[in-house]
Design a protein around this ligand. Sequence first.
Ligand code: ATP
Ligand code: MG
Length: 255
Amino acid sequence: MTEIPKSHPRYLSLVTRERLVEMMRRGIVSEAGLIAHGRGEAFDYLIGEKSNDFAIKSEKAAVATMLLAERPVISVNGNAAALSGKEIIGLGEILNAKIEVNLFHRTEDRVKKIVEYLESLGGRNILGPDPDARIPGLDHARALCHKEGIYSADVVLVPLEDGDRAQALKNMGKTVITIDLNPISRTARASDITIVDNIIRAIPNMISFSKDMKNLSIDDLKKVVKSYDNADILKEALNAISENAINEWETQNRK
Ligand code: ATP
Ligand code: MG
């Protein structure tokens, strides 16, 4: 692995890239996953590489929705496992959510490698290999899933998901929560709750909110969900992106 000096202004971003490259070599992240990460990074730059107010609101609404769910499931792909595997397992435990490895570029070998990786981090009963159900409306490999996991879930958290698959899950009548740095992606628009934040920050935030919100009454959780409006959140995220871009331009031109 390339040594990156801690003093580098983009240290975290560079370390994250190295981590993904390494995980690709281990067969956990797909090649296309690296490109998807690049798109994410560009948007992260534009939102200021921090958890903005709009993200915090979505993260709280997501936790409330998952606490109210009967069969919550967290869908994990290569990038999500590589970037936040340990935290996803922790979140699944707090929220009583099942974890299912579900890949856009599905190969049974990669599914197994990701399951083994999550198990090495302490994950148990992770679904993925030997799928026994299909998401209607998707072509073969992309549709495969588990009856006792995604197929029968009422709420699914699908970080870094593809737009088609998010829409297909919506069409099944599920509540779809996504983590996606691009507020205008099809996934962001198709989902009920879109967390416009880096998964690296979003999952730890959700863990800390879950610890407090677990003690709220059902009525109070319902209030959090009811007061949430995803279209407003996406608009806030887009406003922040344009304001940041203009401020950046003005700061640089003042120098
Ligand atoms: P869509 O199909 O939904 O219109 P897309 O084709 O851009 O969007 P993909 O490339 O399939 O989506 O998936 C990558 C998505 O995940 C991108 O929208 C990207 O912004 C987002 N993303 C990538 N890395 C991260 C990350 N670390 N945290 C959060 N989101 C990320
Ligand atoms: Mg896509």
